[in-house]
Design a protein around this ligand. Structure first.
Ligand code: G4P
Ligand code: MN
Length: 179
């Protein structure tokens, strides 16, 4: 087996164990791990990304925000580059939600190329998920607001990956949201 395959399997397994008790907000309570795996798949299959550290960071991107995983743990298991990309896409959960949302828009243009790729794929997955079904308790207005906010974040990521940006542009167009 190639060492890349081995590294990816190790990373998928780590993420699956960390997210093992977490579910998505859809009515079926889909296992949360479907999301990070789907984000990594978007990068490889739709974005044409082969950078293994970007794919690993995609698999791990919500572990620090949503589980007991620490940055030190990621750094010691996966190395400094993967840990740094995850750090760049991790919100500070001690801040109020509105502030976190505002900071994502503000910080997006200043992220590294690798972190921007993960952000693009994360948003693309979540917007498609919103088109697939509405999270429990969300109104149509809240869904539309997420599209509008996501478009502001994506605006700051322009020039990162033409293919992913084109797909996102189409989703915003369908919602009547400017980007
Ligand atoms: N569309 C959708 N999203 C779901 C679902 N279940 C969980 N999520 C997660 O919810 C987040 C978006 O919901 P919000 O209400 O905006 O954020 P919050 O979780 O921080 O409260 C995303 O987090 P994130 O990945 O960290 O991204 P971000 O939007 O916070 O940057 C997304 O992955 C679901 O069924 N559908
Ligand atoms: Mn995510």
């Amino acid at each position: 087996m190639s060492s890349l395959t081995s590294v990816l399997l190790e990373t998928i397994n780590f993420a699956a164990e960390k997210h093992r008790n977490q579910r998505r907000k859809d009515p079926d309570a889909t296992p949360y791990i479907n999301h990070p795996i789907g984000v990594a798949r978007i990068l490889s299959h739709e974005g044409g990304i082969t950078d293994i550290e970007v794919l690993q960071a995609a698999l791990l991107h919500d572990t620090v925000e949503d589980t007991d995983t620490t940055m030190d743990e990621l750094e010691s298991v996966f190395g400094p580059t993967v840990a740094r990309i995850v750090q760049e896409v991790t919100d500070d959960k001690t801040l109020p939600k509105e502030e976190r949302k505002r900071l994502q828009v503000e910080h997006a243009p200043h992220r590294s190329h690798q972190a921007k790729l993960v952000k693009l794929a994360d948003k693309l997955y979540n917007l498609r998920d919103l088109n697939r079904c509405t999270p429990t308790g969300w109104t149509a207005e809240r869904v539309q607001e997420y599209f509008v906010w996501a478009s502001q974040v994506i605006k700051g990521l322009r020039g990162t990956n033409a293919k992913l940006e084109e797909i996102l542009q189409q989703l915003f167009l369908e919602r009547g949201v400017e980007m």
